[in-house]
Design a protein around this ligand. Structure first.
Ligand code: SF4
Length: 413
């Protein structure tokens, strides 16, 4: 069975997106009177927009699988006058995290992603032709800082997507950082900079070679300055559903083999981001048992927060797998106190968030994983606190190989 057969695109082939209006919802058995009319109107318009964008792509995501070569958009040049952006999604993010985003866009096309939702589905990604050289200069400029910086690779895209690996972007970024660390240490000084990676990559990307060197070979040279966190979302046991929701991503098994390969080389990779949590699928104990078996000791939990356009697609796709789960999703995101955050993001209501996070924390403890955490911003809204260290903001930055490099000066939000 080849990759396509194994993962399947059947959900998209056999179904098409519908207009989500009062009739659609009430046919699912949803009490439409419980939804604010303005919210229902927003949803119907969002589903109309989604239908249009997918229609242009033949009514389904582009035929993406991880082993297929994709076209490249013409490359662009990053201005050398700018600096790496400071990371600050919340007021609690550490002040010395800098974002490394070497491409514009992402071809993995996860349905929940806000980074690509303005231009979905995405078939082409723009590459900066001078990013590695510019990144190298930024590392030198920042190296005068006493505390050191944490370089976050890469919010808003996937550093180790099959495409960024095939095109040498990932090897370039990791090589530049390795050379920076080794050249600092060659002068007798300890390099305080760390790299913080979040990725959906599979072991295939880690072992992929460029000029005889794999990404694993590169990072094995700097185990004290890098941590890599896999990112996964529980989606039950239907591979077609995962393929429909994360079209270009590797399977969970490939991502866990990636973790195994890192741990075999003593690269810090004991953290996993369990996100975004699509709650009807979140309580599958075998998913967390699998994480535990692969050496995961800490999970960062994050419930799905996304745009109404994304929700209009995701919930229908879920419905192609389970009508019951689709109904639960609409009710959670449209009833109660659920409301848009930052104008465009929707989440489930606070009481439901509390209940779900508590239940998940309990489940994760039962499995024997040491820590579950949520972002401190979520804690502020829900009143929950799963970690005991006051400085711990809930993300993986606090299990850095060099935790002292996490500046307590908080990000300006
Ligand atoms: S891999 Fe990450 S950046 Fe890419 S589409 Fe998925 S969520 Fe977005």
């Amino acid at each position: 069975m080849d990759y396509k057969e194994a993962m399947g695109e059947n959900l998209w082939i056999d179904h098409s997106l519908q207009l989500v209006n009062a009739k659609y919802l009430s046919d699912l058995g949803i009490e439409v009177n419980n939804i604010k009319p303005s919210l229902l109107n927003t949803l119907t318009q969002a589903s109309q927009t989604a239908i249009h964008s997918y229609r242009e792509m033949g009514g389904k995501p582009p035929s993406i699988d991880a082993d297929e070569q994709l076209p490249l958009a013409p490359s662009i040049t990053i201005s050398t006058d700018v600096s790496l952006s400071k990371h600050g999604n919340t007021p609690f993010c550490a002040g010395n995290i800098r974002e490394v985003i070497p491409v514009n866009g992402c071809q993995i096309n996860c349905l929940y992603c806000l980074a690509v939702s303005q231009n979905r589905p995405q078939t082409e990604v723009q590459y900066y032709d001078n990013y590695s050289t510019w990144f190298k200069k930024q590392l030198v400029i920042n190296s005068t800082d006493e505390t050191g910086f944490m370089y976050y690779v890469s919010p808003k895209t996937e550093i180790m997507s099959p495409e960024t690996v095939r095109n040498g972007v990932a090897h370039g970024i990791f090589s530049v950082f390795r050379d920076h660390v080794l050249s600092t240490e060659a002068t007798g000084k300890r390099c305080k900079d760390t790299m913080f990676v979040v990725t959906k990559a599979g072991v295939q990307e880690l072992l992929s070679e460029l000029n005889g060197e794999s990404i694993l070979d590169i990072i094995t040279a700097i185990p004290d300055n890098i941590q890599i966190n896999t990112s996964l979302t529980p989606l039950g046991n239907n591979p077609s559903l995962r393929k429909a929701i994360e079209p270009g991503a590797r399977s969970i098994e490939d991502r866990l083999k990636f973790v195994d390969a890192l741990q075999a080389k003593n690269i810090l990779s004991t953290g996993a981001l369990v996100e975004p949590i699509i709650f009807p699928y979140a309580f599958d104990i075998s998913f967390y048992q699998q994480l535990k078996q692969h050496g995961i000791k800490r999970v960062a939990l994050d419930l799905l927060t996304t745009s109404m356009e994304n929700l209009a697609v995701i919930n229908q796709v879920i419905g192609w797998d389970s009508k019951k789960a689709e109904k639960q999703m609409w009710e959670a995101y449209l009833f109660t106190d659920a409301s848009p955050k930052n104008g465009m993001r929707f989440s489930v209501g606070i009481e439901m968030q509390k209940m779900l996070y508590q239940k998940l924390n309990q489940l994760i403890k039962e499995v024997g994983i040491d820590h579950a955490a949520t972002c401190k911003f979520v804690e502020m809204n829900t009143g929950l606190r799963f970690v005991t260290n006051e400085e711990d903001c809930g993300c993986m930055a606090h299990i850095s190989p060099n935790p002292k490099s996490i500046s307590i000066e908080r990000s300006k939000f």
